[in-house]
Design a protein around this ligand. Structure first.
Ligand code: UD1
Ligand code: UDP
Length: 364
């Protein structure tokens, strides 16, 4: 069996770490990795391949830093060339980025079976590029690997599975979350970041924060509210913020008071895991980090109006505050450590999602 894996952005490298490790156990599976180049800085890309021992990409397309249309269009053209040459049995895509959508379109046009990992998630906000990418990818997927029961229910509510023709029958299956696999596997390999070794960081009593989502970075008022609130909080508790290059570029042109924040460059996954495991609170607009906070038993305040990971909000592990200053400060003041009740919930599977995914593909 030959799988053409499409990767392009940071969270996809992290998810692929666990699945590629599983694929490597099977002599009868060949994985060909295509890196679209959507993320290209060494600390947004290469570092993950190195430290998670993901095989070096067989193809690097070099398509990053462009508008949505240009990026997705150029990826479709190049991935199609690779797929025609390699003739894979499956194209495998992760999550909801432009690289995901490009891979999905190529698979559907060339009649190659499409496996979508992290299928069925919805924010119900069509303004988000990620929501559009997910909906379109799910619609043409052959096997939809859902990470949660909520994701399965979302698909059912939209009329999935579609089996309108004999040659497009969809299989929907909840295998758990591949990020849970990764967190469990890499936890013991966590590395203390050099910034912590050298700074006066108050180890184990800092807030870990990330901001990069378009709905925040591309809206000056939201971004201002978020950073002013964080700066206020940082007067009493250290806020460590590994800054995404997108946010860095936008902040440069805004005159915001962020002097109290500890802003660092993006870190690799092993350092990130250390930062999560040792913080007292996570504040983020990231999708993946909301779950990782829970895996490492940390409360999370989410700087978005909605989340795909609703089960975390329902159980009280995550508080949604949007970009509202009052709500952000209130959530910070009232946050509580997670309790044993939160930890006993089995929300994202048993850490064997990758194994289940590969078994299903072999059976299909
Ligand atoms: C993308 C995903 C988003 C995901 C995020 C993970 C889409 C539509 N969005 O957002 O869902 O949460 O990745 O991090 O696919 N840049 C660099 N160096 C890099 C990468 C990006 O400088 O290595 C800068 C470039 O100016 C680029 C901008 O960041 O134009 C945005 O990058 P892009 O890949 O378009 O979107 P992300 O915001 O990273
Ligand atoms: N991450 C990382 N280094 C950083 C910031 C994030 O390794 O400096 C990891 C984070 O722990 C998570 C993944 O990147 O595993 C999430 O990616 P991101 O927040 O960029 O995207 P999203 O999940 O929102 O799509």
């Amino acid at each position: 069996m030959k799988i053409l894996t499409i990767l392009g952005a940071r969270p996809q490298f992290i998810k692929a770490g666990s699945v590629s490790r599983e694929i490597a156990k099977h002599k009868n599976i060949e994985e060909i990795i295509v890196h679209t180049g959507q993320h290209y800085d060494a600390n947004m890309s290469d570092i993950f391949f190195d430290e998670m021992q993901i095989p070096k990409p067989n193809y690097f397309l070099g398509i990053g830093g462009k508008s949505h249309g240009a990026m997705t269009g150029q990826m479709i053209e190049k991935i199609e060339e690779v797929a025609l040459k390699e003739k894979p049995d499956w194209i495998m895509v992760y999550g909801d980025t432009n690289s995901t959508l490009a891979g999905a379109i190529v698979a559907s046009k060339l009649h190659i079976k499409l496996a979508h990992i992290e299928a069925g998630l919805r924010s119900f906000n069509m303004q988000m590029p990620e929501e559009v990418n997910r909906i379109l990818t799910d619609r043409v997927s052959t096997v939809l690997f859902c990470p949660t029961e909520t994701a399965v229910e979302n698909l059912k509510a939209e009329g999935f599975p579609f089996s309108l023709t004999t040659n497009h029958k969809q299989l929907i299956t909840n295998v758990g979350d591949v990020m849970q696999d990764g967190a469990m596997f890499y936890k013991n390999l966590a590395v203390k970041p050099s910034i912590i070794q050298t700074s006066k960081a108050n180890i184990q009593n800092y807030i870990l924060c990330t901001i990069h989502r378009a709905e925040n970075t591309d809206d000056e008022i939201r971004l201002k509210n978020i950073f002013e609130s964080l700066n206020e909080i940082a007067k009493e508790k250290q806020v460590i913020l590994p800054l995404h290059p997108r946010t860095k570029k936008i902040l440069k042109n805004l005159k915001l008071n962020i002097e109290n924040l500890t802003i660092i460059d993006p870190v690799g996954y092993l350092e990130m895991i250390w930062l999560i495991d040792n913080c007292s609170l996570v504040m983020t607009d990231s999708g993946g980090l909301q779950k990782e906070a829970y895996f490492f038993e940390k409360p999370c305040i989410t700087l978005r109006d909605e989340t795909e990971w609703v089960e975390l909000v329902e159980c009280g592990a995550n508080t949604l505050v949007g970009a509202d200053k009052k709500k952000i400060l209130e959530a910070y003041k009232t946050h509580q450590p997670l309790t044993t009740t939160h930890q006993s919930l089995d929300l994202y599977g048993d850490g064997k999602a990758s194994e289940k995914i590969i078994r299903k593909l072999l059976e299909y």
